[in-house]
Design a protein around this ligand. Structure first.
Ligand SMILES: Cc1cc2nc3c(=O)[nH]c(=O)nc-3n(C[C@H](O)[C@H](O)[C@H](O)COP(=O)(O)OP(=O)(O)OC[C@H]3O[C@@H](n4cnc5c(N)ncnc54)[C@H](O)[C@@H]3O)c2cc1C
Length: 460
């Protein structure tokens, strides 16, 4: 029988729930403004969907979020404050496209010139960009064609625009690569909102000057750990919030072993994790509907570590897009800056992940290494280390990179349910960001926004 001891009572001016980049950024800003803050985190570490592992030989593997781009200024500001250096993502040499019929095509630039479907793909993504420029990212419901676009899935719209199987394959891989889901599962409006929040489709897709520009020398969790060190024992690990009660005096957050009384709370969790908390009184219907309409994407990140980045000698960048039946959709060279070993990273997402998880561990490894072999040759078949991080199995994230809106979720519940504070509860998390929604930078900006809401409420 489980023994339940009385909770340890704490009082704090503000409580932050969730120790990913959103919660940490909120707590840091409040602390900077001399607000007494306590942060509760369910896991035994901070960072959430950013997970940097240091191997015994010193190699760092980023199993979750890792890249940062030059317009992601809030994350870069944190990195600068805590002296966490970055270095450019490796992309020198020829990239590889593996076609659905297995053909292997080297190319440079964004896509092989004149390849099947490229022209139609460019036309459709250009149209996405044009539509995205009309999106109001702060008040999305004010976008002129909001309801019309939100009624459609991206897949409905792609099929209405083009009838070219190769272009549709390219669009499907782009949707997997950005939202870890399939075109028929995601709202067209959400796709446009997300493009707008990043500053354009190219910003999302490309490397130099864009979202995949750089990596953190000490792993992407280094700034998160530095914030937690600064906050010290204000951060309580291993304390999942189970119940949050609001009354005239403020809020009470009940965790595994604590009951924290505070004037305000910042809840910095992905949508499904908010739904797991028991709220008293229950959340407004719009908020509940919004959370329900925003499932997590499905992604696993796989790494293979080799003695050297041997593909570089052969003039290959290690960057690849794969349209074949294998599990991996996109590959990058994830070697350390000093190339002291060679690392390939692959992404398995959407329906590819559904099929992948049905395999046993040895079949999964073989399938990934077969994908890597198609990209850089047979030496890829014998790594000295192979790792898998299936985020759908992470007990707290339950998917990634982020939640995406299903068709209809924005128009039915967005205006009241997206991020409007609920009494003394303020909502953060990358899913609530107007800029770089879905990214680490969006998590940071959401935490700062929620902290500012709290500061206005408690300090005037
Ligand atoms: C495989 C993968 C690759 C990605 N690549 C990139 C990338 O290259 N660049 C980029 O910018 N972004 C990337 N992302 C997205 C990025 O990691 C996320 O947008 C960001 O980390 C989200 O931060 P957050 O604070 O909003 O949420 P989370 O990081 O999910 O933080 C929420 C925290 O709350 C905790 N929690 C959950 N339930 C409770 C509870 N009941 N009580 C208390 N705590 C709780 C969780 O343990 C977690 O620590 C990637 C994500 C994944 C999964």
């Amino acid at each position: 029988m489980e023994r339940r001891s009385a909770p340890h009572l704490l009082a704090s001016e503000v409580v932050v729930v969730g120790g990913g980049y959103a919660g940490l950024s909120a707590a840091l800003r409040l602390h900077d403004h001399a607000v007494d803050v306590t942060l509760v985190e369910a896991a035994d570490r901070v960072g959430g969907r950013v997970l940097s592992e240091t191997r015994p030989d010193g190699t760092i593997l980023d199993h979750g979020g890792q890249w940062v781009g030059p317009t992601q200024t809030r994350l870069l500001a944190l990195a600068a404050r805590f002296a966490c250096p970055t270095f450019p993502t490796w992309e020198k040499g020829s990239h590889i496209e593996v076609r659905h019929d297995g053909a292997r095509v080297p190319y440079t630039g964004a896509a092989p010139a004149g390849a099947p479907g490229v022209a139609a793909y460019a036309r459709v993504t250009g149209l996405l960009d044009a539509h995205a420029r009309t999106v109001d990212t702060a008040r999305p419901w004010r976008t002129p064609r909001f309801a019309e676009w939100d009624a459609l899935s991206a897949g409905d719209w792609f099929h209405a625009e083009i009838d070219d199987a190769d272009a549709l394959r390219r669009l499907a891989l782009a949707v997997q690569g950005l939202w870890c889901t399939e075109p028929d599962e995601i709202s067209l409006f959400h796709v446009l909102f997300y493009i707008a929040a990043a500053g354009g489709f190219e910003q999302l897709m490309e490397t130099r000057g864009c979202a995949q520009d750089s990596r953190f020398t000490g792993g992407a969790a280094a700034p998160a750990r530095a914030i937690a060190d600064l906050l010290g024992d204000r951060v309580r690990l291993g304390e999942p919030a189970r119940a949050i009660t609001c009354d005239a005096d403020g809020v009470r957050v009940r965790t595994r072993s604590l009951e924290i009384r505070a004037r305000r709370a910042v809840v910095a969790l992905p949508p499904h994790a908010v739904r797991d908390v028991e709220f008293g009184p229950p959340l407004p219907r719009a908020r509940g509907g919004w959370l329900e309409g925003n499932p997590m994407g499905r992604v696993a990140k796989v790494h293979a570590v080799y003695a050297t980045p041997f593909w570089r000698e052969a003039g290959l960048s290690g960057v690849a897009t794969l349209y074949d039946e294998g599990p991996v959709g996109v590959v990058f060279d994830n070697s350390p800056e000093d190339a002291s070993c060679g690392i390939l990273v692959g992404f398995v997402y959407g329906r590819r992940l559904d099929a992948f998880t049905a395999l046993d561990a040895s079949a999964r490894r073989s399938a990934v290494l077969a994908s890597f072999t198609r990209v850089v040759g047979p030496r890829a078949g014998s790594p000295r280390l192979y790792t898998e991080q299936d985020w759908t199995r992470d007990p707290y994230a339950r998917g990634g990179y982020e939640a995406y809106a299903r068709p209809g979720a924005w128009s039915r519940h967005g205006e009241a349910g997206w991020r409007t504070p609920t009494g003394p509860l303020h909502w953060a998390g990358t899913e609530t960001a107007s800029e770089w929604n879905g990214y680490i930078d969006g998590a940071v900006s959401s935490g700062l926004r929620a902290a500012d809401e709290v500061l206005r409420a408690v300090r005037g």
